[in-house]
Write a protein that binds this ligand. Structure first.
Ligand code: 6PG
Length: 230
């Protein structure tokens, strides 16, 4: 587990974009890049769109999606399009949230992704964490956490009263590298529980079973870490 701490959210975004651009340049074959939703990665995606990389070899996909139309303000696909996908020639493969029921849409997206991944595994996946320790849309005590029926799942999130579509725990763990981008004081407690204490939050369970994990934090999010040397 590698932990990188940056003074500000802006510097975190710059470093994260540079890391992804370098990964793309170093991967001498078509590559997939899994993208987190939410607000943290938006600045990284904006900067990444300006990177001098060959986007024609890249397929972008979503680690999770809200069960809303793609033009909805809450849509991760919309956020990814606006900040990155509509600004580069990479291919974007997004869940179809207008397709039947959540379970059908998740299964259909999983079948699409299975044909996209190199050797059946994602390459680089960007993830965030919530202050409850969720990642992607693997929320605490939610059904998808223990569900291995497919690589992409519909997940009822009780505390929000919504459906989400999410990569499964197994799929995320199979990635060649996971990069968690975490910023802000509100994530400091849960981050310490994950990194210092190893509490089994969903994000910790994904990270502990993964191949290579990089934590990219701003100082505010890292402010409660006890076991990481600065
Ligand atoms: C989503 C996400 C989710 C996100 C965390 C952190 O759809 O919301 O993919 O897992 O990464 O909730 O969100 P923020 O970056 O907005 O704090």
């Amino acid at each position: 587990m590698r932990v990188h701490i940056y003074p500000t959210a802006h510097e975190l975004a710059e470093a994260a974009a540079d890391y992804v651009a370098t990964s793309i340049k170093n991967t001498k074959r078509p590559m997939t890049l899994g993208l987190a939703g939410g607000s943290t990665p938006r600045a990284t995606y904006h900067r990444l769109a300006e990177a001098a990389v060959d986007w024609s070899q890249i397929t972008l996909w979503l680690g999770d999606e809200r069960w809303v139309p793609h033009d909805h303000s809450e849509s991760n696909t919309r956020m990814v399009r606006e900040s990155l996908a509509d600004r580069v020639v990479a291919r974007l493969v997004a869940p179809d949230t207008a397709f039947g029921e959540p379970g059908d849409a998740a299964a259909a997206y999983g079948r699409l992704l299975a044909d996209v991944f190199f050797d059946g595994r994602p390459d680089v996946v960007i993830l965030g964490i919530g202050d409850d320790g969720h990642t992607a849309s693997l929320f605490p005590a939610s059904g998808a956490l223990e569900d291995d029926s497919g690589i992409y799942l519909a997940n009822w999130v009780q505390e929000k009263g919504v459906w989400r579509l999410t990569a499964s725990m197994t799929l995320l763990r199979s990635a060649r590298e996971l990069a968690f981008l975490v910023q802000g004081e509100d994530k400091a407690r849960v981050l310490s529980e994950i990194i210092d204490d190893g509490l089994p939050h969903p994000a910790q369970r994904v990270a502990s079973g993964a191949n290579a994990v990089r934590w990219m934090l701003d100082e505010a999010a890292a402010s409660k870490l006890r076991t990481i040397r600065r």
